[in-house]
Design a protein around this ligand. Structure first.
Ligand SMILES: [Zn+2]
Length: 206
């Protein structure tokens, strides 16, 4: 049984080891970007409601700023235990560092949360993300059984919660997903605008 499990895990390993840049500051940044910034915070957020949404989104915005500092599109996410109000996991975008177009903050945070609680069913948790989730992340929220998503700014290009697609309003056979958008939207949007403005100024990659 254990052998089968190990074999299954081995499949997920890349054929080539991830090659970091030469020693130095660039390499440090690349390495730290790959780490999922997970935390099981002991301090509880306010009770469920707008105050909790604001407090959790402030933490997600911190993750977005940290992502920008690593040269990633500034999007952050946190997963909060609805019952206790504690933070199960937090993460920022890592698309550039991991060369993975789906290494979005939301997906990384949900994966880290499932690892943290050792259960892929996140049935009593809320996903907070600074940007409207894409179709991959929203689909993953269904897979992780997340019952509620709170997001900040709309994503007119890839958003699957009303902007491009409306996946969240589709009837699902057994799962409902409550979605609230527009929390700290201006701050989230400004982070993105500033990031792309700077990137246009210095070139296609920073
Ligand atoms: Zn996504």
């Amino acid at each position: 049984m254990r052998r089968h499990l190990l074999a299954a895990l081995a499949v997920t390993k890349a054929l080539q080891p991830h090659r970091l840049p030469p020693l130095g500051a660039t390499r440090d940044v690349a390495a730290s970007s790959l780490a999922v910034d997970e935390a099981r915070d002991t301090h509880a957020l306010p009770p469920i409601g707008p105050a909790r949404d604001d407090a959790a989104m402030a933490l997600a915005l911190d993750e977005a700023r940290a992502a920008a500092a690593r040269g990633e599109v500034p999007v952050g996410a946190v997963v909060v235990d609805d019952t206790t109000g504690t933070i199960i996991a937090r993460a920022g975008n890592a698309v550039e560092a991991s060369h993975d177009a789906t290494a979005h903050a939301e997906l990384r945070a949900m994966r880290a949360a499932a690892q943290s609680v050792q259960n892929w069913r996140l049935q009593d948790a809320t996903l907070y993300c600074t940007l409207e989730p894409c179709v991959v992340c929203l689909g993953a929220a269904y897979a992780f059984r997340i019952p509620k998503i709170v997001f900040g700014a709309p994503d007119h290009r890839l958003g699957a919660a009303g902007s491009w697609l409306s996946l969240h309003t589709e009837t699902h056979p057994f799962h409902t997903l409550d979605v609230r958008g527009g929390v700290c939207a201006e701050e989230s949007s400004k982070l993105l605008k500033d990031f792309f403005k700077e990137r246009r100024r210095v070139g296609p990659r920073i």
